[in-house]
Design a protein around this ligand. Structure first.
Ligand code: FES
Length: 160
């Protein structure tokens, strides 16, 4: 049995569902909005979302787990996203991701034990011409190098 969603989170999900329920293909926009509002899409929100959109829980759960973008657990205080799509791959994204894992001390899709940072591979940040690209807490950074990454994350660590 799924635990209950906190009342304020449930109110948020219901409000967002009201905003999206009449829109064609409402599930993805609603999931994006829920993650934007809550930081993740809690498993406990799946029943409310399914009911609001007249879908099965399995359908909603399937979409949440299919797309890497959606988190089912709360992120760390800082979120570092390293693009792993084609253009960035051609410009060293694999090595940059390995460097990020080592420096931040967590795996891709992982949150460090102290909750300071979540590292996520993503698939195109829209900065392909300036690869490799990284986003830290909603701020894009182009032509990333391991040295720039170290400076950037040192600043974030200081503010954690
Ligand atoms: S491929 Fe990395 S930003 Fe587009």
């Amino acid at each position: 049995m799924t635990a209950a969603l906190a009342p304020d989170a449930l109110a948020t999900v219901n409000r967002l569902a009201d905003q999206h329920r009449d829109q064609p293909g409402a599930l993805l926009p609603l999931l994006h909005a829920a993650q934007e509002a809550l930081g993740h899409v809690p498993a406990e929100a799946v029943p409310a979302i399914a009911q609001a959109l007249n879908l099965s829980r399995a359908e909603v759960h399937g979409v949440v787990t299919y797309y890497h973008h959606f988190r089912s657990t709360p992120p760390g205080r800082h979120v570092v996203q390293v693009c792993q799509a084609e253009s960035c791959k051609a410009m060293g994204a694999d090595a940059l991701m390995a460097h990020a894992r080592q420096v931040l001390g967590c795996d891709g899709h992982g949150t460090r034990g102290d909750g300071a940072v979540t590292l996520e591979p993503v698939y195109c940040l829209g900065l392909c011409a300036l690869s490799p690209a990284v986003m830290v807490n909603d701020t894009l950074h182009a032509r990333m190098t391991p040295q720039k990454f170290d400076r950037l994350t040192a600043v974030q660590e200081a503010s954690a």
